[in-house]
Structure formats: structure tokens, C-alpha cells
Design a protein around this ligand. Sequence first.
Ligand code: SF4
Ligand code: MG
Length: 321
Amino acid sequence: SEHLLQVENLRKYYPVRGGFFRRKIGDVKAVDRISLELKRGETFGLVGESGCGKSTAGRTITRLFKPTDGKIIFEGRDITNLSGSQLRNIRKDIQMVFQDPYASLNPKMMVGSIVSEPLLNYGLGSEKKLKNEVMELLTKVGLPEDAYYKYPHEFSGGQRQRIGIARALALKPKLIVADEPVSALDVSVQSQVLNLLKSLQKEFDLTLLFIAHDLSVVKHMSDRIGVMYLGNLVEVAAADEIYRNPKHPYTQALISAIPQPDPRNKSERIILTGDVPSPQNPPTGCPFHPRCPEAMPECSEKRPHLKEVKEEHRVSCLLYE
Ligand code: SF4
Ligand code: MG
């Protein structure tokens, strides 16, 4: 199939406990309903404000977290409830690059050992036997070969993220989920790391789920984009379609906030009022209705579903139902 991964109605809730007996008193609906598919070899950008559930979605899709409900199909196989050695086998093909290259690398380990570790964990050779392979990986991500013998603190933020990328690549995964891989880096090195990811994706034939809070970062990276709001996927379309023809009022507001270099293209900035509601107590009906400039009376009662409004363009909004 052209799909590497399919996600259907995925939910991830966290229990909220309270009172003397720490009883469950509710749920944080971090991911409330997500359906999407990743085509082989594509970059899918998952965008949304902080707290919208995109990181939780990424970690649930990679099965770092156990889903509360829904389905995850990877290469035609249902991996939703796998555990133990079966899950381990699948996780070899699905790797993550994390936001903070400082926190995600063990400071006491030599870079060579950090990058070898996943290979050793899967019994793919001894550190000594793997050394050439690991050194080659370090060169591929743009690090000097002697990086092998150094420690994370000897590198800059951008270089540390390259180490994280080398580690993610070591097992030759089919899918990489990159969760805000450049948000912690200086603006001056962000595009270098993004370009590296792009070129490695081609070379290694990777499918990339690229998570970001900034629409202008995903734009140049992504073939398709999904916009999240309060645990829901509200719009999915090809990247240029999202920018030229956003349909969901939330996406329209996000697009209108991107600075336009050409003043003739200046469209009215849509200012959203109100705070993002708590995922512990999300609004009824459409989750966006308390802030939506186009809300109608039924929006507080009826929950919209992601529907195709034209080929390869899906929107979750009652204006289109
Ligand atoms: Fe706005 Fe209603 Fe559409 Fe929700 S369903 S985005 S509230 S118009
Ligand atoms: Mg996050």
C-alpha cells in the first residue's frame, strides 16, 4: 500500500486524580481524536500551538505511549496493542528525534557509544565491530569523524541535534518522528538542521512526521500538513494548498499571522480572542467554538468531523458539512 502508517480515531487520555484517596476525577484529553495516514517517503507536518497534543500524538503513534483508544496500523499491521518483543521489533522501524538535544543525550557517554547504543540493544554487533558504520553515520550527519570519541558537552546545540539524528538513523528506520527538532536551536542553525533532515530523508528513503508549532517552519519541509487544535486534527491538505486555501477558521487565523514579505499580499490578520480551553474540560460541540470568529449557534452542540471538501483536502468544521 502507499501508506506506511495509518492512524484511526486515536485518543490519548491521562487520568486526573484528586482528593485524599487520589481517586480518578477526570481525564486530560491530550489527543482526543486523530485520523491520518502517512504516505511512504513523504514529510507530514503536524502543526499546532503548544499544548494542542501534537507531542503526545507523536509519542503515541511511535508507541512510546499506549493509546487510550483508536488504531495504529504500521505497514498493514495493527500495532495498537503490541507489547514486549513484538513492540520492540516494530519500534526498530520507528525512531524519534526529540526537541531538546541537551536533555536527550547521556552526558556521560561518548558520542560513538550514544549512536551505537540502539544497534547494541538490538544485538546487531559489538561496539568495536560497529565502529566504522557509526563513524560513517557521524560523517553523514555532518560531524567530524573524531566526534566518535567526544562527549555531548563538547558540541554546540546544532551539532548535538545532529548526534540525535545519527542515533535515530542508526537502526535504518522507515519512519522518523521529529518533535520540534529545531525549536531549541539558534535561528542561524535551524535551517542547516532542517536541510540535513531533508537530504537524509531522500538518501535513506524515510517517511518523516515533522512536529512543529510554527507554520513557517513546516512549510518548506512538508508535502502535506495537518493542523491540530485541542487534541483534534482540524485540517489536512497538501502544504501549498493549506497556505493558499486554508478552510478551517483556525488555520485561516494561523496563516494570517505569518508575516508576508510582499506587502501586496497583505491580507487582514485574524486575531483570535480568548485562551485555549483546558484539555481536561474541553468545550462541547466544536472544540474551537469559544474562539471561532465564524461560530454559529449549532457549533456549541454539534461536533464536526474531518471531511473531504475537495480531493486531498479535509476539514473538520460545520461550515463545510
Ligand atoms: Fe467555527 Fe463552527 Fe467551524 Fe467550529 S464548526 S470551526 S466553531 S464555524
Ligand atoms: Mg511539545
